[in-house]
Design a protein. Structure first.
Length: 350
């Protein structure tokens, strides 16, 4: 398993990161432990979680994924060998997250979040602490605008990025976190974080965790240049498009126990023309004699601006396929075929 540098830090992360958001709802604690054991044995050293997990978020199971990871870390005694990432929520209507009040990216809420995450994870620090989604209104946040709705509405009490960065600076000085990351962020947002960090001498953003896959290559338009020139690592989530790029939902199929069958949370991959594009990529993978899930994961890992691909699984066979992508030989012929198809179908699932 290849190790790649996280931003401008001295941290090396595996090219595949184990996503964990199903643990505590779709997966039991024992299944989560088994996945971590299997992934680590294959060379993975990078785990990603969040205070909101498991997903879909519910008050009664909030933090369950971090607790599962914390129990595993304690049982295995391997904290020093793991790069551990978690997230703090931005502005969200889920008031139960902060004990009955709205959440924002302000000092009290960020400290509340990190202290509770550290307790659940049974550790003194996290290697990468990420802002799960911007506090301002963007198409990918908890208070979203629709893609293409500009100018986006602005909240009068929006917390300035400089103020939020100051809190993260205090977390680094307190030894609670090592590095800062953002998620579901725009090119403007990342550059603003970097500008404020340079101006004030506070920690700079090491990574951005955004969706990137065959049917959502919007990262390439502006963000890839930011990632390259500013050394901000892309941690690509949903390389399989919430499972749609495995082909299991083709022709309207809804397998028993599959995520979209259980939860109504896949609208991003059910947009107009998405089904046709997803089917076309499945057929393209078949034409190369490659399983669609392996093909989709290998594409993401082949991109030079991707530092780590965050894979999620509900079973060991699914996890094994995703890990195999790290050893798959992606070819120029495959890339040309993907690019040709992309020119026809675009980004139906931004």
């Amino acid at each position: 398993m290849q190790k790649r540098r996280l931003g401008r830090t001295d941290v090396l992360v595996s090219s595949v990161c184990l996503g964990t958001m199903t643990w505590g709802q779709q997966n039991t604690e024992a299944e989560g432990h088994a996945q971590m054991d299997f992934a680590v044995a294959r060379g993975v050293n990078f785990l990603d979680t969040a205070e909101l997990y498991s997903i879909p978020p519910k008050a009664e199971i909030q933090g369950s994924t971090e607790r599962i990871i914390g129990n595993w870390l304690k049982a295995r005694g391997n904290r020093d060998k793991i790069v551990l990432a978690t997230k703090v929520a931005g502005r969200t209507p889920m008031e139960w997250l902060r004990g009955g009040r709205p959440s924002k990216l302000v000092r009290a809420d960020i400290f509340d979040a990190i202290d509770k995450s550290l307790a659940r994870l049974q550790t003194d620090y996290v290697d990468l602490y990420q802002i799960h989604f911007p506090e301002r209104r963007v198409p990918w946040g908890a208070n979203p605008t629709r893609v293409g709705d500009w100018p986006a509405p602005r909240d009068e009490d929006e917390t300035p990025i400089a103020e939020t960065l100051g809190v993260f600076d205090d977390l680094v000085k307190a030894g609670k976190i090592r590095h800062l990351g953002v998620s579901n962020e725009s090119a403007w947002g990342i550059m603003r974080f970097l500008f404020e960090a340079e101006k004030s001498g506070v920690p700079r953003v090491a990574s951005v965790q955004n969706s990137y896959n065959l049917v959502n290559r919007t990262f390439e338009v502006n963000l890839a240049e930011v990632a390259d020139r500013e050394n901000v690592s892309l941690l690509a989530y949903s390389p399989l498009g919430q499972g749609f790029l495995t082909g299991k939902y083709n022709h309207g199929a809804r397998p028993e126990r599959a995520r979209t069958t259980l939860f109504n949370r896949s609208q991003r991959y059910q947009t107009p023309y998405a089904a046709e594009a997803i089917l076309a990529y499945s057929e393209l993978a078949d034409s190369f004699g490659v399983e669609p899930a392996l093909f989709a994961s290998a594409f993401v890992l082949s991109r030079p601006f991707v530092t780590s691909s965050i894979i999620g699984a509900t079973s060991i066979p699914q996890l094994e396929t995703a890990l195999n992508a790290a050893e798959f030989a992606w070819t120029e012929e495959m890339q040309k075929a993907v690019d040709d198809l992309h020119q026809r179908v675009g980004n139906p699932c931004p």
